[in-house]
Design a protein around this ligand. Sequence first.
Ligand SMILES: [Fe+2]
Ligand SMILES: [Fe+2]
Length: 157
Amino acid sequence: MEGFAEKIKKYYGNEYFSAREYKRMAEKSSNPRVKLLYEQLSMDEERHQKILKAILELKSPEEREVLKDLKVEDVDLKPQRSKFRSVIEEAYNYMEWHLRLEADATKAYETMMNDEEDEVIKMLWQKLYSDEKRHHRIIGLLMKTFREMYGSVLSGR
Ligand SMILES: [Fe+2]
Ligand SMILES: [Fe+2]
């Protein structure tokens, strides 16, 4: 069975990767509203790394070192690259992929929250869970806007 520290390490890696990806997407966005949303997402994922670290410290301080040897290659979650007909299509593919990651994170943190007996740690999982649920909604909204703007380019998908 996967140990607690290993689980935290996996979530931590995903948060690290998402924070970096959202930051990159914010930098690439020319629309100020879209940029702001991506910046917010990135900041949240950075905060989530701190929360996960705190949870590990509280529950299993003797294993805190596992987060130190996290390698970027371990968390390279990039979507499968297929041939895209346009930049628009590629960007949309990224959103779909993030939508899935956010859904997975929501589910994982919800399970951790429900299984936790310590009230304080439960609240931390609750915070992660509700943030990821909101992220999922935000990405859905961005995708809807994108479809409205570029529907013609995306049609035929
Ligand atoms: Fe997160
Ligand atoms: Fe998220």
